[in-house]
Design a protein around this ligand. Sequence first.
Ligand code: F6R
Length: 242
Amino acid sequence: MQLKIYKNYQSLSAHISDEMIALIKHKPNAVICCASGDTPRLTCQLFAEKATTQKIDTSKFTFIGLDEWVGIPSDNEGSCRYFFDSLVIKPLQLATSQFHFFNALSNDVVAECKTMDKFITDKGGIDLMIVGIGMNGHIGFNEPGVSFDNYSHFIQLDATTITVGQKYFKDNVSLDKGITIGLQHLVESKEVILIANGLKKAAVIKTAVEGGLSNSFPATIIQKHPTGVVAIDEEAASLLSR
Ligand code: F6R
């Protein structure tokens, strides 16, 4: 696992968006899977801006959403789908065949998971995963106690996720279950970057980087990925002992 520390949120986001651009330049049909949320917001925005201003051919790459709140419609601005639609899909005018997201309103979530897994397999696997870290150590909606061997699955959300998750929504919503790409996908992804910023993430980053590998703190899985990168700002790095 490699640790990269940036001065602040802006420089972290600039770097990760550059990595996305570099990948697409090198491999136009790359498959990128990304988390939504506060951390990757600027990365996604810069990625779309840079791809446009640098006239990058984005017509062949594939974009996958990491997870979704079960039962929340895509036109709710707190949904992961809404996040990607507004920051990536619409700005880059991606074709429908170029992206895949979990349908949060599906009445067959098991089939949703199978469809996602097949989509990833048919694309030849994920080239780059960009993930965040929750205040309980989750990645995507791989909540504490999750099996490291899971592919896509749906899960009862942890109490912390339900409480913290309200920050994405204008009105109070009832959050209960999540649907997510699994940690086995993460281990199999060619590259993985875990990003975090701010003092509030310092303690969870310390556990992810320096704690023992354990499914009680899913983000420790990053230690298991052969080329896993933890890219954080100075504040998120402030409790690390190295
Ligand atoms: C959201 C997701 C979550 C977030 C995590 C951190 O798609 O996958 O695991 O990455 O909860 O969220 P923020 O970035 O809002 O602190």
